[in-house]
Design a protein around this ligand. Structure first.
Ligand SMILES: NC(=O)C[C@H](N)C(=O)O
Length: 337
């Protein structure tokens, strides 16, 4: 009988990359002072015996780092392993434990390049497992629950934090000291409560199976950098980034991606030199940058990131540039993904 239920359960692989969900502090009172990426995947899984009722779970330690230190090579390594597992007949779902600082970037990257409809869930925690009211256990339990459910198929890469199911495309870390940290300007896709998923909406943007990008065809990612805008900003950072070899610069603009009159001439010149200029916004609750609003993008041959925040715009720009350096094509991709 037990063997029967074992075979009926979904097979879920937990790929561990580090982060606070694998963090440890000196005392239970340390919710903010601790070291990330200390606890191994086997210990994380063993800490939640209830997982065995949800799925046949096995773990793999892909890396052990705090997510602020993730590199493009790390992204490619993780993306390739996810693709291998997704191709495997005996894998039904994949969970990635990840630091929260760049979790939204990795989730969006995988959403663009993984050609599978199997659930891929990226999850982290805001407090280390050693802290009082640690959130990692429940977040991971929820991730495995969603990864093992048939309803999660074909919905793109998902993020389970604070009982919510968020689209990996839309979600962003909005505060660094609360467990209610991950938000999307367009709302969560669903809730996961006591191991059961409740769905409310579907993503409208292209992803995974419907994406034109495939991790199997991406050998390396080009250099795309971000320059932050503010009052009294100069063009120093933009010029330095271009000089160091950036193929595209994400303008992390004020308001609707507005550009200071002190910076406009340099960005025009950089575009003439072949650097792609992509206007995004760093407003907190989610930007909404439209073409030719505030700046004549058609005239300058610039691209707008629309609702993608600067760090997500960097991910799409890198992936897009592996296919094209045509600004019109880039703009199409920024509307479609
Ligand atoms: N809460 C966290 O996971 C933060 C940590 N610095 C990380 O991103 O790895």
């Amino acid at each position: 009988k037990e063997a029967e239920t074992q075979t009926k359960l979904a097979n879920v692989v937990v790929l561990a990359t580090g982060g606070t969900i694998a963090g440890a502090g000196a005392s239970a009172a340390n919710s903010a002072t601790y070291q990330a990426a200390k606890v191994g995947v086997e210990q994380l899984i063993a800490g939640i015996p209830e997982l065995s009722k949800l799925a046949n779970v096995r773990g793999e330690q892909v890396m052990q780092i705090a997510s602020e230190s993730i590199t493009n090579d790390n992204l490619l390594q993780l993306g390739r392993r996810v693709a291998e597992l997704a191709d495997s007949k005996d894998v039904d779902g994949i969970v990635i434990t990840h630091g929260t600082d760049t979790l939204e970037e990795t989730a969006y990257f995988l959403n663009l390049v993984e050609k599978t409809d199997k659930p891929i869930i990226v999850v982290g925690s805001m407090r280390p497992g050693t802290a009082m009211s640690a959130d990692g256990m429940l977040n991971l339990y929820n991730a495995v629950a969603v990864a093992s459910s048939k309803e999660a198929r074909g919905k793109g890469v998902l993020v389970t934090m604070n009982d919510e199911i968020q689209s990996g495309r839309d979600v962003s870390k909005t505060i660094n000291i609360k467990t209610e940290a991950f938000k999307s300007a367009w709302g969560p896709m669903g809730m996961v409560v006591e191991g059961k998923s409740y769905w409310f909406r579907l993503p409208a943007k292209r992803h995974t199976m419907d994406s034109e990008f495939d991790i199997k065809n991406i050998k390396s990612l080009p250099d795309v950098e971000i320059a932050y805008s503010y009052g009294n900003v100069s063009d120093t950072a933009y010029k330095a980034l271009a000089q160091s070899g950036a193929k595209a610069i994400i303008h992390a603009g004020t308001g609707n991606g507005s550009v200071s009159s002190r910076v406009v001439p340099s960005l025009q010149a950089l575009r003439k030199d072949g650097v792609q200029i992509i206007r995004s916004s760093h407003v907190n609750a989610g930007g909404f940058v439209l073409r030719n609003a505030e700046q004549p993008d058609d005239k300058y041959d610039w691209v707008v990131a629309h609702d993608l925040n600067p760090q997500k715009a960097r991910i799409l720009a890198m992936v897009a540039l592996t296919k094209t350096n045509d600004s019109k094509e880039l703009q199409r991709m920024f509307w479609e993904y």
